[in-house]
Design a protein around this ligand. Structure first.
Ligand SMILES: Cc1cc2nc3c(=O)[nH]c(=O)nc-3n(C[C@H](O)[C@H](O)[C@H](O)COP(=O)(O)OP(=O)(O)OC[C@H]3O[C@@H](n4cnc5c(N)ncnc54)[C@H](O)[C@@H]3O)c2cc1C
Length: 410
């Protein structure tokens, strides 16, 4: 079907929050740029809903530069006061379970999650528990003595208690991106490795995509789910609405013959204040999964990354700080080597909310991103939500409002 006639048939020329296609039988023609957590799942659900979809990625699904690359990401429902994301995560939990079961591939490792706090923070644990209980999400609040009994391999000298749940877990990020792309293709979706530039705007629409090989691709709708690249794709609009600070990630070897730091003997772990130590909550990590070593993720660094050109070599200063921290928090790992490392980046939006919104000047272009260091887990729920919106099947007022582009800039 020619693009013009598709637009006429579906009413897509009037795309925007009020856009409604005329018929569910029409086959929209959508190009999704970016096969990370947001773009991959959006393309998958668009295809599930019957749309004709092409998914483009410059480097491939779950590549080493992408925010969705690397080994693992945390799946949790506990968002403290930001209950919007508890709701979105709780939509995502059953979808992760469903698709890993149907596809016969492990996407989620049932590690559970332990969030620890200082003695002053203990009342906050009950508040978190009560908030989650509203959604029937079961947690245990544990005293320091109980923590010591269950996980003596952690140094708890500054800890007053913790909140633990067994439903949270660890997502296999790169493998999940690849699985989603494969399943999208199995359902008739087209995947191309290509770098795309937005084409010129004409009459309030984008005229087509320019690919790195010189081709032009046209569709009725375009979704740019380019993660940390979004600010390069739309520098005028997003250059100062997103930031891309680097994240150095370390895997520490576990001692020979010692499985105390491996799944299932250690859960995902993290911290929440209050604390006089400004860095108290800036460390989290995962047990050793697939024998890769204890994963430690400091969130200390603010230097920004160019996702195309920056080397992915960890900073010696961050290595030293992380080694010192691990020696203190997990004393049995004091002399263990760093066995792997990664450098990734997050794509922070101005308020930590995701972005899922039409481009203000091109009504056939949508922007999806702003994962802000917590987007991966939401992938299937976000993709389903956005696909529904794109096909005019309705959004969700609470999410629609949160995911708009804010006026403020960094
Ligand atoms: C170290 C680290 C730890 C994190 N921990 C967690 C966690 O525990 N839990 C959690 O839920 N989230 C976590 N996050 C955040 C989460 O990983 C991201 O929010 C999410 O992966 C972002 O996905 P995305 O699809 O927006 O971007 P990406 O995964 O970066 O995907 C964008 C894709 O677009 C492609 N692309 C870009 N520009 C173009 C172009 N012009 N043409 C063609 N292709 C293009 C890229 O190649 C890339 O594949 C973490 C992030 C990092 C870096």
């Amino acid at each position: 079907m020619k693009r013009r006639s598709f637009l006429k048939l579906t009413g897509a020329a009037a795309i925007g929050p009020g856009w409604m296609p005329q018929a569910a039988t029409a086959s929209p023609d959508v190009i999704v740029v970016g096969a990370g957590a947001f773009g991959g799942w959006t393309a998958f659900y668009l295809r599930e809903m019957g749309a004709r979809v092409t998914l483009l990625d410059a480097y491939g699904p779950g590549n080493s530069r992408a925010s969705s690359g690397g080994e693992t990401r945390l799946l949790r429902a506990d968002y403290g006061e930001r209950e919007l994301y508890t709701k979105l995560a709780l939509r995502a939990f059953p979808l992760w379970h469903r698709w890993q079961r149907e596809w016969g591939v492990q996407l989620l490792v049932p590690t559970g999650r332990l969030l620890m706090t200082t003695p002053e923070g203990v009342p906050m644990l009950r508040e978190r528990q009560a908030r989650l209980a509203k959604y029937d999400f079961i947690t245990e609040v544990l005293s320091r003595d109980e923590l010591e009994r269950r996980w003596p391999q952690i140094n708890l000298e500054d800890i007053g208690g913790g909140i633990y749940d067994t439903a949270s877990g660890t997502l296999k990020s790169r493998e999940a991106c690849r699985a989603v792309a494969e399943q999208f293709q199995k359902r008739g979706g087209e995947i191309r490795i290509a770098h795309a530039h937005p084409g010129a705007a004409s009459g309030g629409e984008m005229a087509g995509l320019k690919l790195s090989n010189g081709d032009t691709l046209r569709a009725a709708l375009y979704v740019f789910a380019c993660g940390p690249w979004l600010r390069k794709v739309f520098p005028g609009l997003l250059g100062r609405r997103l930031r891309t600070p680097r994240r150095d990630v370390f895997f520490f070897g576990t001692p020979a013959g010692d499985d105390r730091f491996s799944f299932p003997r250690l859960p995902d772990w993290g911290f929440a204040g209050p604390s006089e130590n400004a860095d108290f909550s800036r460390w989290y990590g995962f047990p050793s999964i697939d024998e890769r070593g204890l994963k430690v993720c400091p969130t200390l660094e603010g230097n920004e990354i160019d996702p195309d050109t920056d080397e992915r070599i960890v900073n010696p200063y961050q290595s030293k700080r992380t080694r010192d921290y691990v020696s203190w928090r997990f004393p049995a790992l004091r002399n263990q080597p760093i066995v792997e490392s990664r450098v990734c980046q997050v794509e922070d939006s101005i308020d930590g909310n995701f972005i899922a919104t039409p481009h203000p000047e091109m009504k056939n272009v949508w922007i999806a991103g702003g994962g802000s260091g917590h987007g991966f887990k939401h992938g299937p729920a976000f993709g389903q939500y956005l696909a529904n919106r794109l096909l005019g099947r309705g959004g969700d007022p609470e999410f629609d409002r949160a995911f708009t582009l804010k006026e403020e800039t960094f």
